[in-house]
Design a protein around this ligand. Structure first.
Ligand code: CA
Length: 226
C-alpha cells in the first residue's frame, strides 16, 4: 500500500515515513501543499496524511481541490490541538478523519488502518484467486482455512498482483506500488519477493499461481501443478 504524507515539518515527516515504512507501507513525502496536490493527483495512493499549515497551499485547500476533482483517496488530516484550526472544517472540506497534533504514532497507525478499512472500494474487500485470499484491511492471507504468514513487503507484492488478477503486471508497476518514488530501479528485488511468495503460497500447496510472463512481468492465476 502506497501512502502520501504532506507535511512541512521535516523531522515529523521523516519520522512518519520511517514508522509507516516499518509497518510495511510505501511512503512518499511532500513538504509543500502544491507539490503534495500534484503528487496526489498523479498517483493512486491508498491514503493521504495531510497537515493543515503548509507552505504553497494549505491542507484545507489541498483537500478541497482533490475532492472537487473527484479524487476520493482517503485523507487523514493533521490538526493543531490549540483549537486554532477547526476540526469540523477539516471534515467539511472532505477529509475522512483528523488527528490533533501532537499525536502518538500508535494512534496514527490505528486511525490509518481504520480509514483504509472503511475507505475506498479499492481497499474494502477481501481479494480472492481460487482458494487463495488476501484481506488488505487485516493484512491476512491464506489458502482456504490455512493461514499463510507473509512479511509486509511480501503481502504488498501479492496484493499488487491480486488486485489485477489474470492480468500481466509489469515488474516496474509492482516496484512502483510497493516501494516508493525513491526506488532505484533494480527490478531484481521484485523477483526476489516473487520467489519468496512462491515458496509460501504455491510450493506447500502444490500450486503454481504466480506465472512468469517472459519480458513482461507476472500474472496471478488459479492453476494446479498436477
Ligand atoms: Ca505544518
Amino acid at each position: 500500500m502506497r501512502l502520501l504524507v504532506i507535511e512541512d515539518e521535516q523531522r515529523l515527516a521523516a519520522s512518519l515515513k520511517r514508522g509507516l515504512e516499518g509497518a510495511g507501507y510505501a511512503v512518499d513525502v511532500a513538504h509543500d501543499g502544491r507539490v503534495g496536490l500534484c503528487m496526489a493527483r498523479e498517483h493512486p495512493y491508498q491514503a493521504v496524511i495531510l497537515d493543515i499549515m503548509l507552505p504553497g497551499l494549505n491542507g484545507y485547500r489541498v483537500c478541497a481541490r482533490l475532492r472537487a476533482e473527484e479524487i476520493e483517496t482517503p485523507i487523514l488530516m493533521l490538526t493543531a490541538k490549540n483549537g486554532e484550526y477547526d476540526e469540523a472544517e477539516a471534515l467539511d472540506t472532505g477529509a475522512d478523519d483528523y488527528l490533533a497534533k501532537p499525536f502518538s504514532y500508535v494512534v496514527l497507525e490505528a486511525r490509518l488502518r481504520a480509514l483504509l478499512r472503511r475507505g475506498g472500494a479499492r481497499t474494502r474487500s477481501v481479494l480472492r484467486v481460487g482458494d487463495l485470499w488476501l484481506d488488505p484491511a487485516e493484512r491476512g492471507c491464506g489458502r482456504g482455512e490455512v493461514r499463510i504468514r507473509l512479511t509486509a513487503k511480501e503481502f504488498a507484492v501479492l496484493e499488487c498482483l491480486a488486485r489485477r488478477a489474470g492480468e500481466v503486471v509489469p515488474k516496474a508497476d509492482i516496484a512502483e506500488q510497493v516501494w516508493d518514488a525513491a526506488f532505484d530501479g533494480d527490478l531484481n528485488i521484485v523477483e526476489v519477493y516473487v520467489s519468496a511468495l512462491r515458496r509460501k503460497i504455491d510450493v506447500p500447496f502444490r500450486r503454481d499461481t504466480i506465472a512468469t510472463v517472459r519480458g513482461g512481468g507476472y500474472r496471478l492465476v488459479e492453476r494446479h501443478d498436477h
